[in-house]
Write a protein that binds this ligand. Structure first.
Ligand SMILES: Cc1ncc(C[n+]2csc(CCOP(=O)(O)OP(=O)(O)O)c2C)c(N)n1
Ligand SMILES: [Mg+2]
Length: 543
């Protein structure tokens, strides 16, 4: 590198030093210096079609690796487009950094090109958000952004990079290069672990609810061990549908009977219904173990003396400490009862068939897809959207799975699929989504074709935004359902036109062949399955 690097070189070299070789980006005037610097730093620029797509890809990368995903967008409109997608990453507790170009410092307050208060704009949807103020310290800013994104409760961080700081050259001896730092995670004190274990042992019907950070292959394995060691059923809550998430089977029947709920990195919020109201035992007690002190304090404020233990600790390390200190317990009947509820799926789903010619019932789609998802343990499954995807979340095996997450924002799945394929070169990547949802980022199929990133999108096409239609039916009446209709468009043909593989399916017998051909094509694929509009499943032990 030159003795007098540009700020842009410092940014690119710092990313490389910190192990971030892949950058999800969309070009723009403010960041072309970084594109140039990326050549010498050897960064892989994954050049996408919408800034929100770049953020979703960085989010998907963060969720799958636990390392910060990096998105790079231009200032002003590029940044504005990116910000909305940060909300998804925030809710999913995904480590990622958004780097945005920014008007030059000398232009600020003078009506500069694409001048915008970018850091203020991103602040509510990030853990930290700031604007760099010197060329020499750009590397340190990047190191700090990555450290914050991956520490404690992971999440998105934003850093704006004024273009004059990127263009300026400085003497290399003055550069503050970032150090590779381990993410800081508080550990659970042994005394607290023992209190938690004692409370679980004393409870008759304990339930452990983990947050989205545990939604990884290792997190799930750890939770399964914790469940076996403590006799308390352990679940992950990562859906805005909360206790009614179809992934959790008849969870409402189970949680109503719980006398102790252990929140393991799970916020006491709307998804957990603040553990109050008719869905809960009024005497239920809680434990909150959370990396974020503010969330422990919130649980204390909400629950008062009902909060038995509140302590600050990272979810995974806390689960490991609990496992280390747990003594062998005899199997409890409660765990068997709880598993029956969690694994419960109505018998009718095995034989349910569509009532409409030329359209499949969602259950038929997922019965056909299931063996393909099960074929390879490394398969990545992505579920996104409304009612159709909820059927997928309840009927498909959960191992390496990404869902849009607690914020409920739809549209991220195609970007997730690209990020997943860049990491997983062999096993299938499936994205399950609705016809409304595919519209947000359908152009990313072009990115996938350009980059040679095959995956299979299984699209449930009911020609409507059905989740919202169902709200209209329920709250306002069947005769007042309007404004949510779409055309039964041929999304498969759009994908084929972009260079991918398209399949159109109207009969269940044709679906396995279509999936097989899509996988065999080696191309980004879209199977446009015409479906009936069916509400998301609600599972109860006794209907
Ligand atoms: C970004 C965003 N916009 C709007 C919504 C509201 N919303 C949730 S589900 C849904 C409908 C999804 O339609 P589709 O993808 O066709 O799935 P379907 O429910 O029809 O199966 C809408 C509009 C949202 N959650 N997020
Ligand atoms: Mg739909």
């Amino acid at each position: 590198m030159s003795q007098t690097p540009r700020g842009a070189d410092i940014v690119a070299q710092s990313l490389k030093r910190l192990g971030c070789q892949r950058v999800f980006t969309l070009s723009g005037n403010h960041i072309m210096s970084i594109f140039d610097a990326a050549l010498d730093a050897g960064l892989d620029l994954v050049h996408v079609r919408h800034e929100a797509g770049a953020v979703h890809m960085a989010d998907g990368h963060g969720r799958l690796t636990g390392e910060a995903g990096i998105a790079l967008v231009t200032g002003g409109p590029g940044h504005a487009n990116a910000v909305g997608a940060l909300f998804t990453a925030l809710g999913a507790e995904s480590p990622m950094v958004l780097l945005s170009g920014h008007a030059a410092t000398w232009e600020l307050g003078r009506g500069g090109f694409q001048e915008l208060r970018q850091a203020d704009m991103a602040a509510p949807v990030t853990k930290a958000s700031w604007t760099a103020n010197a060329t020499e310290t750009l590397g340190r800013d990047i190191g700090e952004a990555i450290r914050i994104a991956t520490s404690g409760r992971p999440g998105p961080v934003h850093l704006s990079l004024p273009s004059d700081l990127l263009d300026a050259r400085v003497d290399e001896s003055t550069v503050a290069w970032p150090e590779r730092q381990a993410a800081t995670k508080a550990s659970l004190a042994d005394t607290d672990a023992d209190k938690v274990l004692a409370a679980i042992a004393e409870a008759a019907r304990p339930v452990i609810i983990a947050g989205p950070q545990m939604s990884t292959v290792t997190g799930r394995a750890l939770l399964a061990k914790l469940e076996a060691a403590t006799g308390a059923p352990a679940v992950i809550m990562e859906s805005p549908r909360g206790i009614a998430d179809a992934t959790l089977g008849a969870f409402p029947d189970l949680i109503k009977r719980a006398d102790l709920i252990v929140l393991l990195g799970k916020a006491l919020d709307f998804t957990t219904k603040w553990a109050t109201g008719p869905a809960f035992d009024p005497d239920v007690r809680l434990i909150s173990i959370d990396p974020d002190e503010a969330l422990v304090a919130r649980a204390k404020k909400e629950k008062g003396a009902r909060l038995l233990v509140g302590c600050v600790a990272g979810s995974k390390s806390a689960a490991e400490t609990l496992l280390d200190r747990a003594s062998k317990t005899a199997p409890r009947p409660w765990l068997a009862e709880a598993r029956t509820a969690l694994d419960n799926r109505p018998a009718a789903w095995r034989s349910i068939v569509s009532q409409t010619a030329g359209r499949l019932h969602p259950a038929e789609v997922f019965r056909a897809l299931r063996p393909f998802v099960e074929r390879d343990p490394d398969t990545v499954l992505i579920c996104d959207g409304g009612e159709f995807a909820q059927w997928g979340q309840s009927m498909l095996p959960v191992r390496r799975r990404l869902v849009n997450g607690v914020t409920g924002s739809i549209g991220s799945s195609l970007s997730f699929a690209l990020a997943a394929r860049l990491l997983e070169r062999r096993a299938p990547v499936f994205a399950v989504l609705g016809d409304g949802t595919i519209g947000f980022h359908i152009a990313e199929f072009e990115t996938a074709v350009r980059r040679g990133l095959p995956f299979v999108a299984v699209l449930g096409n009911d020609a409507r935004w059905n989740a919202e239609s169902e709200i209209q039916r329920r709250d306002y009446g069947a005769n007042r359902m309007h404004g949510c209709e779409l055309l039964p468009a041929r999304y498969d043909q759009v994908v084929a036109a972009l260079g991918g593989h398209g399949e159109h399916v109207e009969r269940v017998v044709d679906l396995p062949g279509a999936i097989e051909r899509a996988l065999g094509s080696g191309k980004p694929s879209c199977i446009n399955v015409m479906i009936e509009s069916i509400a998301a499943p609600a599972i109860r032990l006794t209907p």
